[in-house]
Design a protein around this ligand. Structure first.
Ligand SMILES: [Zn+2]
Length: 332
């Protein structure tokens, strides 16, 4: 058997100790041209976990996409225990269309339509393929995000606490292993696998430990941010026993239990008064929302004292969309 011990995704087989690559193909339908999601399989020579690393759910979050290009050659399958499944660009219509938040094809936010539908919009079909071919094959998953093309962001992780207790504990271990020193404690996610909405929550509602990480922003591609994601993945590989060495888990992050996403009350022009990482007091000005002529619609203020995790750094905003997130918590 030539394929003995191989790991196969979408008809692409990686023999033990080798790298294989292919595309997850979402066929065209009336109204759209479909999509091809590039993936890599780094199949270790020895058995172990199957770690899925997904980049580019939001197409202008470039740092994770560039990091996976580096890690693809930096992780040696010959010495790996287990398998790393990489999706390099999970949302090609958004990436090549250069759009924030929404697909240029159907106007949907891919990270709100999971687990997807095989007969739905292009975003829903992409979600369906990721759910079946990636979540369905993984034992652990990291959904790699960053500030979108309009967002200035300081690095943090989301830890979802609404899964089964063992999944919640293992997800906490992933967040500590990834090593970002701000962890948003997220107890507000759907628990029904049929309405999981988010990629990481799709894994968690199916019993697979997962986190979402946020590194980079404003469409930038800086090496410092790429190094942060590389270090994060190295920590996860070490914690899961897939590779020797690597950085140890974080011992005392800040657990962010109060998180306020400030949203635009109207469509208009936003000018931030703070930067990410700024510490603000309750009532502090976060920014000013004006109409197109420059008349103030709203002075946006912090609802409580905390740290600015991200803030919109470019002027256009639409009613209901995030302007900033302010978070507070405790170290431990
Ligand atoms: Zn994102």
């Amino acid at each position: 058997m030539a394929d003995e011990g191989a790991f196969t995704v979408a008809g692409i087989a990686a023999a033990p100790g080798t790298l294989a690559e292919g595309t997850l193909d979402v066929p065209a339908r009336a109204g759209d041209a479909g999509a091809s999601l590039p993936f890599s399989i780094l199949h270790g020579a020895a058995a172990g976990p199957v770690l899925a690393l997904v980049a580019g759910i939001h197409g202008m979050e470039y740092v994770p996409i560039l990091t996976l290009q580096r890690l693809r050659t930096a992780i040696d399958p010959a010495t790996l225990r287990g398998t790393v499944l990489m999706v390099h660009i999970a949302n090609p219509p958004s990436f090549f269309g250069r759009t924030i938040y929404y697909s240029p094809v159907d106007g949907q936010n891919l990270n709100r339509v999971f687990p997807g539908r095989a007969d739905g919009t292009l975003s829903e079909r992409i979600a369906d393929v990721l759910t079946r071919e990636i979540v369905g094959r993984a034992t652990h998953l990291v959904d790699l995000h960053g500030g979108d093309g309009n967002e200035s962001l300081r690095p943090y992780s989301y830890w979802i606490t609404t899964g089964a207790p063992a999944v919640t504990q293992a997800s906490r271990d992933l967040a500590l292993a990834f090593g970002l020193d701000r962890i948003v404690v997220d107890g507000d996610r759907p628990t029904d696998p049929a309405t999981s909405m988010y990629l990481s929550n799709t894994a968690i509602t199916r019993g697979i430990p997962a986190i979402t990480t946020e590194v980079g922003g404003l469409g930038q591609t800086d090496d410092a941010s790429i190094a942060v994601v590389e270090r994060g993945v190295a920590g996860v590989l070490s914690a899961l026993g897939m590779r020797d060495g690597g950085p140890p888990p974080l011992s005392a992050p800040m657990w962010l239990t109060r998180n306020a996403v400030l949203r635009a009350s109207a469509t208009g022009v936003f000018r931030a008064a703070v930067q990410c990482r700024d510490i603000v007091v309750a009532g502090a000005r976060i920014g000013r929302l004006s109409d197109a002529h420059g008349r103030t619609i709203e002075e946006v203020v912090a609802p409580f004292g905390g740290e600015v995790m991200y803030v919109v750094g470019t002027p256009p905003v639409s009613a209901g969309e995030p302007l900033a997130m302010v978070s507070a918590g405790t170290v431990g």
